[in-house]
Design a protein around this ligand. Structure first.
Ligand SMILES: [Mg+2]
Length: 274
């Protein structure tokens, strides 16, 4: 059972990996305590990196958004499922050159920047993320390519996304449709898989056992953090936690990031750099 409250025994913290939506902001509204916490960690030179399943924003979009809340970060501090999908294709399928993309312009941009041509002509890999302009024609091209042997990659498994007035289908719902049609299971990039956590860890260069994973969803953030071997903190500012005995529990539960004590880790970071 996760411990909660201020009596927590925090591990030595050398770095932080954090989710964005529901942790740093809700929609377009900042979560003030979280912004203050990240600003204080920044002053203390505690390295941190954000990881988001959202493939419809570039790292630069995120930099602008949190900058508007008074937190100044660099694009290197943002790992998106789009960027990670592109890196994964380069690493695991270096010979592929033609990709069909169903997703936002940010996803196509990430795939192009990884050196692939985005095309519907003989694609060797199909990459699917959230596409609010999805059509039957796009689904047809994707299914035909996958049935013809193209690699099938999904940016994230989220089935449902919260909106200002309810919910909308997430990328996972459309990815599931293509998987059902083709009977081919995609390689999923986003949380709860660990690809983005590993990408963030390699950017931070911090040991995993002293890098905190912070998130508001047990089924994605906490599973990804725990599977990657990180101590995981559930913050109750986002999606209400769902009880599911099959899921790995968080190590800590907080109602505000101000409850996270980082002093020991900060001293360590300073000593190491001194
Ligand atoms: Mg979240």
């Amino acid at each position: 059972m996760a411990k909660s409250g201020t009596q927590l025994q925090w591990p030595e913290i050398a770095g932080v990996i954090s989710d964005l939506d529901g942790v740093v902001y809700r929609g377009n509204a900042a979560i003030a305590d979280a912004i203050e916490a990240f600003k204080s960690w920044q002053r203390a030179k505690l390295p941190f990196c954000f990881v988001t399943n959202n493939s419809t924003h570039t790292p630069e979009d995120v930099v602008r958004k949190v900058g508007g809340f008074g937190l100044s970060i660099s694009p290197r501090q943002v790992v998106t499922s789009a960027i990670t999908a592109a890196a994964l294709i380069r690493a695991q399928y270096p010979k592929l050159t033609r990709a069909f993309v169903i997703g936002a312009p940010s996803l196509a941009k990430a795939i192009e920047e990884a050196g692939l041509e985005v095309t519907d002509a003989k694609p060797e890999v199909v990459v699917m993320g959230l596409d609010r302009q999805i059509t039957h024609d796009k689904l047809r091209i994707a299914a035909a390519a996958i049935l013809g042997g193209a690699v099938f990659i999904g940016t994230n498994p989220d089935l449902l996304l919260p909106t200002a007035d309810g919910f909308e289908p997430g990328a996972g719902a459309m990815i599931t449709a293509v998987a059902a049609a083709t009977q081919v299971q995609p390689l999923i990039v986003g949380k709860p898989e660990t690809h983005m956590i590993e990408a963030a860890l390699s950017r931070l260069g911090t040991p995993r056992q002293s890098t905190l994973m912070i998130g508001d969803q047990i089924q994605t953030d906490i599973q990804a953090g725990k599977r990657a071997g990180l101590p995981a903190v559930l913050v109750t500012t986002g999606v209400p936690p769902r009880k599911d005995a099959a899921l790995l529990p968080a190590d800590f539960t907080v109602s505000s990031l101000s409850e996270i004590a980082v002093k020991a880790g900060v001293d360590t970071v300073r000593q190491r750099r001194a």
